[in-house]
Design a protein around this ligand. Structure first.
Ligand code: C2E
Ligand code: CA
Ligand code: CA
Length: 652
């Protein structure tokens, strides 16, 4: 857009320049030609005027000579005057012919009409006078020339000649004036033409350019809009959010009163909406969320979409409580159902708040802290608004440290594998163990997998970690050949292209019997790429491994998953077990999952069983297997081997 606009301007400017050059060149050629041409015309007219005046003077002189010769002949009777007269007569005829050639034909015709009779009469009378001279009759010769008739004809001729001569010189002068005038007019016209074309061109260029300018400013505005706004929602984008929020913070700081609230939020499990209902519905939801929040925010607040399902808010507030209220009010509207494409969607959101200048004094830091608070909201089970607190920063710092320490943990032998008993109901005999990894950090002591497994998942170390766990568990399990060993698989580990080949090599090398192992996977794995995941799970099954669905009830517990994948076991998440006594709903869910397990021929295992009450409830519900502190905490392989030996002795 910008390119073509600039191109258009360049083309227009080039065309105008070309036209201007062309016109100038034409003028440069035309002007000398015209000057030359008019100079010649002026020279010719000047010459003609000069010739006219010379010839006029000559005619007058010749006429005087003739008249004088005639008079002298009549006065003296000398023959030589007559001869002189006759010599001069052709000269005047010649002069008149010349003058006529210079004169316009109308003037010549008038001259002829006026003078030819008089001329003839005069010649006749002068010839008669000369006749008398030759005869010696001088009185008669004089009387002819003295007669009224001769004088009258003489006057006619002289007047006619004078008029002719005047006419002739006037005509030549007029010609000259005309030529000079024409030159002036021509030059004037050419300059006028040049001026007009320059003006026209300037006008054209000007209007064209101003139209381009208008187009360009529209395009520029659109570009600015695009650069400053998110395309999907029309909300601000990250860059313009940063600029505007910076202004808000600076204004608040300058005034010395008021706070600036920066909030980061995202929709919980938005990915599922995209995966199950399609991107179109997902996009529509994002737009609707943006609109709803916008309508609830105070006028001075700003809302941006930072990407995906992530939004940011900046608002002015009087104090922390006010800040919290503004955000709660703005996000409260998201709890209502969204009706999109005949789908009624209910969503929840997680948000993190940081307040300037209490927590930080610039947008970047405030956004970072709000993001930490958001992270906390997510890890605390989502669907909440968290205010940043300094200990979050601390936990992030610790996470970063762990991240870098974890790189050496495996190579340095800092990982350990503990095992937690899985007991068959109703007795408390161990029918299996679950392998749970621990990190024995050189300075921080034992670190929970709940802390470092997600880190390993994020930085890609999970495959290495997972392979270590598999190998360790396969080796340890040789010590308890009569029971099942469960091993946790992370989604990222299972989806890795090399996962199956690594596992197969390991199985061959350690001569593992897969039927003695159970692989635990979580529901989140099943949400995406179901075809590929299904193939991997099917292969694992074919190899002989049992597959358990871990943490059932925390994700998108759906019957369709249970039908699609042939799980051997469902592990009911410990959050349900914890709520058995307090929540009738949790108890009901447990009962129905256990029934479902029976119907689908799957084992059901209850996790996190800590009390006898829980155990009794689960036994009554028909749960096959239990796991929890009531039956045993995770312990070392030695401890498990000892316990199993005791168990065997007791049976014996
Ligand atoms: P999980 O698979 O649900 O493992 C059970 C967790 O519950 C274990 O925590 C266990 O110590 C704890 N637990 C067992 N009984 C009770 C009880 O009665 N009360 C309470 N409050 N907790 C109980 P742990 O060992 O901290 O492991 C946490 C999570 O880390 C595991 O949850 C699992 O998702 C993950 N994890 C552990 N080891 C591995 C591993 O080798 N690979 C992978 N990918 N993940 C692992
Ligand atoms: Ca597990
Ligand atoms: Ca579990």
């Amino acid at each position: 857009m910008q390119q073509s606009m600039i191109g258009e301007i360049v083309r227009t400017a080039r065309r105008s320049l070309l036209a201007a050059f062309g016109l100038t060149a034409l003028l440069l050629i035309l002007l000398p030609i015209e000057r030359n041409h008019s100079d010649q015309a002026i020279a010719a007219a000047t010459e003609k005027a000069r010739a006219a005046s010379v010839i006029s003077e000559q005619i007058r002189l010749e006429d005087e000579r003739l008249t004088m010769s005639a008079w002298m002949a009549a006065a003296t009777g000398e023959q030589r005057w007559i001869e002189r007269y006759e010599r001069h007569l052709p000269a005047i005829d010649r002069d008149i012919a010349q003058a006529k050639a210079l004169a316009p034909s109308a003037l010549s015709r008038r001259f002829d009409a006026e003078t030819s009779k008089a001329n003839a009469a005069l010649v006749r009378m002068e010839t008669a006078s000369f006749e008398a001279v030759r005869k010696g009759d001088m009185p008669r010769a004089r009387s002819i020339l003295d007669s009224n008739e001769y004088r009258a004809q003489k006057k006619i001729l002289s007047d006619g000649t004078t008029r002719f001569v005047h006419g002739l010189t006037a005509h030549a002068a007029k010609d000259l004036a005309n030529v000079k005038g024409r030159k002036r007019v021509l030059l004037f016209m050419l300059s006028l033409l040049a001026g007009a074309s320059f003006l026209g061109m300037w006008h054209l260029l000007n209007t064209r350019l101003s139209r381009l300018e208008v187009d360009y400013s529209h395009a520029e505005r659109r570009l600015h809009m695009r650069a400053a706004h998110d395309e999907l929602t029309g909300l601000l984008n990250r860059r313009s959010f940063n600029d505007r929020a910076t202004e808000m913070i600076e204004r608040a700081n300058a005034s010395g009163v008021g706070l600036t609230v920066i909030t980061m939020l995202d929709l919980d499990n938005f990915k599922d909406v995209n995966d199950t209902l399609g991107h179109q519905v997902g996009d529509e939801l994002i737009r609707a969320v943006g609109r709803r929040i916008m309508n609830r925010l105070p006028e001075s607040a700003i809302l941006a979409r930072l990407g995906g399902d992530e939004f940011a808010i900046a608002a002015n507030a009087l104090d922390e409580a006010h800040a919290q209220r503004i955000i709660e009010e703005a996000l409260g509207c998201l709890k209502e159902t969204f009706a999109l494409h005949s789908e009624n969607l209910r969503i929840s959101t997680s948000a993190g708040i940081a307040i300037g200048p209490i927590h930080a004094d610039n947008v970047d830091d405030l956004l970072r802290l709000a993001d930490m608070a958001l992270y906390r909201s997510k890890s605390d089970g989502r669907n909440s608004i968290q205010m940043f607190s300094p200990e979050m920063d601390e936990s992030v710092r610790i996470r970063r440290e762990l991240e870098s320490d974890l790189r050496n943990a495996i190579a340095d032998g800092q990982l350990e594998l503990h095992y937690q008993p899985l007991c068959n109901a109703p007795g408390s005999d161990m029918s299996g163990v679950e392998a749970l990894v621990r990190w024995n950090h050189p300075t921080k002591g034992l670190i929970s997998p709940a802390l470092f497994v997600p880190i390993a998942e994020r930085n890609g170390q999970i495959c290495e970690l997972g392979a270590w766990v598999l190998e360790r568990a396969f080796q340890d399990a040789r010590r308890w050949p009569t029971i099942i060993t469960a091993i946790n698989l992370s989604p990222r580990q299972l989806k890795h292209p090399d996962f199956l080949s690594t596992l197969k090599r390991l199985v061959e090398r350690l001569e593992v019997d897969p039927r003695r192992f159970e692989l635990e996977v979580t529901e989140s794995l099943l949400l995406e790429e179901s075809e590929r995941v299904q193939n991997v799970l099917a292969t694992l099954h074919l190899m002989g491994f049992r597959i358990a669905l871990d943490d059932f009830g925390t994700g998108y517990s759906s019957l369709s998953y249970l039908r699609k994948f042939a799980f051997d076991k469902i592990k009911i998440d410990q959050s349900f077990i914890k709520s058995i006594e307090t929540s009738a709903e949790a108890a009901e869910i447990i009962r129905s999952v256990v029934n479902l397990g029976h119907a689908l021929h799957m084992t059901t295992t209850a996790e996190g069983v800590e009390t006898q009450e829980q155990r009794h409830f689960l036994e009554a519900a028909g749960c096959h297997q239990m796991q929890g502190y009531l039956f045993g905490r995770p312990d070392t392989a030695d401890a498990i081997a000892d316990r199993l030996a005791r168990q065997h002795r007791a049976v014996a």
